[in-house]
Design a protein around this ligand. Structure first.
Ligand SMILES: Nc1ncnc2c1ncn2[C@@H]1O[C@H](COP(=O)(O)OP(=O)(O)O)[C@@H](O)[C@H]1O
Ligand code: SF4
Ligand SMILES: [Mg+2]
Length: 355
């Protein structure tokens, strides 16, 4: 059983569903396709420093050739330690950052065409961030914050319609219509994240990129928000790309999981397969350090070893300095991702390693 499901907290819902699903839905096919996505940052010292010290340019491969698809109505999670490229991947996939190479498409339309132009798909894609306070304008009342996308996209006729739609959204995320008159600082962290969810839903999106949406919240509140997001997914048929460093959260939310290490996906599998038999040594390490039941904030065993400097990653398999199974080949040949027993795994020894 999922660790958070055990701590499921019922969410008061209105008798009638108040949030209608978006009008048109395609049959369950890959809604989002990510192909060979790469994002490289130039992290060189200033020109004058390079000239005086003889340093060359430096680059950092934040996301290094990741590929996957997300079927409609499903959740794919990316999990990994801080700095492994989750947020950069999320921003590129949401169209907020331009990839160095590779493609992201939504309903077979390139994401840059959706982000730049007047594509009808623009409203379909929303992002929820980790810090609910930072993502809400503190000087605006909640009603205005939630109404903004409705007004910008002309999704309601007249101010009465807008007010009704804002009220529906607030009730739909477990707040009350009267909350629209308050400011963000008048709410708790969990309530603010509910407001962020309501705002993200205001454009009636189909695909939501969620970057650590509950990491800043207390354990019990995390469970409430995650349960809310799952309920909304069932109700509205939403598709999620879910980002977290926490495997317990990922276990609760996902259909498919991509484990990231230094910019690459080292294992991609459906959730049951990954949790039953992790193949990559890094996935195994993450499992051992996974939070225990009822304590998604705590870890069972500290992570061993340091994440290498991404500007100067290890040769061969980037995980080799931390890997108990590393052999000579691992130190000079980078493993490509390949199918192993129903998972995709980037490890030379994936078939041999069983424990
Ligand atoms: N704008 C940027 N310029 C330079 N380096 C960046 C930038 N954004 C992220 N990085 C680097 O890219 C790597 C991945 O960062 P990030 O995507 O935030 O990882 P995560 O979300 O998994 O913690 C980190 O080493 C980070 O320092
Ligand atoms: S390729 Fe080698 S170093 Fe990398 S995870 Fe597999 S066994 Fe470990
Ligand atoms: Mg991040």
């Amino acid at each position: 059983m999922s660790t958070i499901a055990a701590a499921h907290i019922a969410i008061d819902r209105p008798a009638e569903p108040r949030l209608e699903p978006p009008p048109e839905r395609l049959p369950a096919a890959a809604l989002v396709k990510v192909r060979h996505l790469r994002k490289v940052f130039d992290v060189s010292a200033p020109w004058i420093t390079r000239v005086t010290t003889g340093q060359g340019r430096k680059t950092l491969k934040a996301v290094d050739d990741i590929s996957f698809e997300i079927p409609q109505g499903r959740t794919l999670s990316l999990v990994g330690e801080s700095g492994c490229g989750k947020s950069t991947a999320a921003r590129c996939i949401a169209g907020l950052q331009k990839p160095t190479s590779g493609t992201v498409s939504y309903r077979d339309t390139p994401i840059e065409d959706i982000a730049d132009g007047a594509s009808p798909y623009r409203r379909d894609i929303q992002m929820i961030f980790q810090d609910p306070y930072g993502s809400l304008n503190p000087r605006w009342r909640v009603g205005r914050i939630i109404a903004e996308p409705i007004l910008a996209l002309k999704l309601a006729d007249g101010s009465r319609d807008v007010r009704e739609r804002v009220a529906d959204l607030l009730v739909g995320v477990g707040l009350s219509a009267a909350d629209s008159d308050k400011y963000p600082h008048e709410f708790s962290g969990g309530q603010r994240q509910r407001i962020a969810v309501a705002r993200a839903l205001a454009s009636r999106p189909a695909f939501i990129v969620c970057d650590e949406p509950t990491s800043a919240l207390d354990v019990s509140v995390q469970a409430q928000i995650l349960n809310l997001m799952r309920d909304l997914q069932d109700e509205l048929g939403l598709t999620y790309l879910f980002i977290s460093h926490n495997l317990a959260v990922v276990d609760h939310m996902s259909d498919t999981v991509g484990v990231m290490y230094l910019g690459r996906i080292v294992e991609l599998a459906d959730k049951e397969t990954l949790f039953r038999s992790p193949r990559h040594p890094y996935s195994k390490l993450l499992m051992r350090t996974m939070p225990t039941l009822h304590s998604i904030g705590a870890i069972r065993e500290p992570m061993q070893g340091e994440v290498p400097n991404p500007i100067d990653p290890p040769h061969g398999c980037a995980f080799n300095p931390r890997c108990p199974f590393a052999v000579e080949r691992c130190r000079h040949e980078r493993p490509e991702i390949r199918a192993v027993d129903g998972s995709l795994v980037a490890c030379h020894r994936a078939e041999e390693i069983t424990q």
